[in-house]
Every structure is written in C-alpha cells, then in structure tokens.
Design a protein around this ligand. Sequence first.
Ligand SMILES: NC(=O)c1ccc[n+]([C@@H]2O[C@H](COP(=O)([O-])OP(=O)(O)OC[C@H]3O[C@@H](n4cnc5c(N)ncnc54)[C@H](O)[C@@H]3O)[C@@H](O)[C@H]2O)c1
Length: 254
Amino acid sequence: MKVGIIGCGAIAHIITNFAVDGKLGVDLEFFFDRDIERAENLALQVDGTVVIEVKDMLDKVDLVIEAASPQAVKDVVPEVLQKGKDVLIMSIGALMDFELKNKLENIAAENGAKIYAPSGAIVGLDGIKAASIGKIKEASLITRKPPRSLGISADGETILYEGKASKAVKEFPTNINVAAALSIACGKDVDVKIIADPNVNRNVHEVHVIGDSGEFKTITKNVRCSINPKTSVLAAYSAIKLLNSLNENLIVGT
Ligand SMILES: NC(=O)c1ccc[n+]([C@@H]2O[C@H](COP(=O)([O-])OP(=O)(O)OC[C@H]3O[C@@H](n4cnc5c(N)ncnc54)[C@H](O)[C@@H]3O)[C@@H](O)[C@H]2O)c1
C-alpha cells in the first residue's frame, strides 16, 4: 500500500522513523508540507518524493495521512476523498465541526474511501466505543499538561477551560484532539477541563465514563514528543499501529 503524508512535523517524524526501520507496514513515499524544507528533510530519509501540491500525489497513493492541522482537514481532505483515496486523520478535533464531519463522511461514501481516526493520545477508546452500543450517561475528561505544552507560563495549577468539548474547539484547536476522539467515540459532547500544571512533566488525560454497561476510569500519562511538546508520542504510535493493522488478518480490540 502506497502512502503520502500531509504535514511533516512531530508526528510525521516518528512515523517516518518507523518507515526507515521497515516497521510501518505500508510504503511511505510522498511528503507535503507548506514548509517545503520540512518535507524535504523527511523525504530524504526514505528516498521519498516531495510534492508541491497535494493533488500531485493523489494518483499515486492508496492512503493519505493528515498530520498537519485542523485547517488542513478542511482544506485538503475533501479532494483526497473525492479521488477515492483513504485518509488517516490525526487532527481529529476538526471533526467536532459536525458539518465538516458529515461532508467528509458523504464524500467518502460516494467515492468508496475510508476515513481512519486513530485513538491518538488516550487509551480506552475501544471499551468506550463498545459501551456506546448501550447508553452512556456521563463522560468527562480532565487534561493536565505542563504549561509549556500549552504554550503558556504558569506558577501554579491553572484551569484554562471548563465546559463542553464542542465549545473548547475554538479556544484550544490543537489541544482538543483527545476530547474530540472521546466525544465522537461516545456519541456525546464530553465535559472537558483543561489544566496547566507546573507539577506534571507529562501530558495527562483522565477519562471517566458511566454507562449502562458499567463505569470506566482511565489515566494516560504521555511522554511528549521532543520536537513538539504539545504532542504525545502515543498519538504517533496509534497511527503507526493503525497502519500496521491494515495488513493484519486478526484485529484485536474494537
Ligand atoms: N489525535 C491526537 O490525539 C493528536 C495528538 C497530537 C497531535 N494531533 C494533531 O496532529 C496534527 C499534527 O501534530 P504534530 O505534533 O505533528 O504538529 P507539528 O506542529 O509538529 O507539525 C505540523 C506540520 O504540518 C505543517 N502544516 C500545518 N498546516 C498545514 C497545511 N494546511 N498544509 C500543509 N502543511 C501544514 C506544519 O508546517 C508542520 O510542519 C496537529 O493538528 C495536532 O493537533 C493529534
């Protein structure tokens, strides 16, 4: 399976490293970034090709990885799906715009393409998706990050946001991915609290779900990417595992 990537930052670096080691399960061949130097640096590692526009890779790939920004999901993903190519979306926060989500799902259905959104920076989405078959009564997320990961400085614990996931999208577009993944998996607008905490050195996500199948609590303490401390290594690994699983005959977990 031939793959191209849009956005050559922290997540793309980790994915490319796995490609170099032959552990991606797909052939990563095309690279696009609005900063062409970034695309060139990654392409060099796998003898890949840099494209000047996304459309230049579309006839040659089976799947495109979006690892750029919510805006890129809006601007570029529709044309990828229109070509009947599958897409793996990392900026899942973009899908909290339900008009955009419906539009992408419709284009995918009309053109026989699939949209994959890996579990990203949290654990437990498999169980929560299973629970959503029944009734989910409550779902909440507390995200705690070192202030630097949130692009601010703070001496003490500071609550930056408390409210529904759908409203956090505008204020924290690059920190909303976990809340979005949870909300979409639950089919519910999750209650979110975002805290800048100088006492933690990891990005920590506490999820609490109560449904008719039971109660779940998960805590994920993520190692941050060295290139971009806002991003957790686990998010990149979840994309790599998903790519690996495209060739597997046994799929474990929902
Ligand atoms: N699903 C999750 O749990 C999860 C976790 C972490 C990050 N993310 C999201 O994944 C995306 C990538 O994360 P990252 O840490 O690699 O980011 P990054 O900032 O390190 O890299 C993003 C790269 O994309 C490029 N880019 C941005 N917008 C673009 C556009 N419209 N067209 C072309 N190139 C563009 C930038 O130049 C940069 O090189 C972000 O949107 C981030 O919010 C999701």
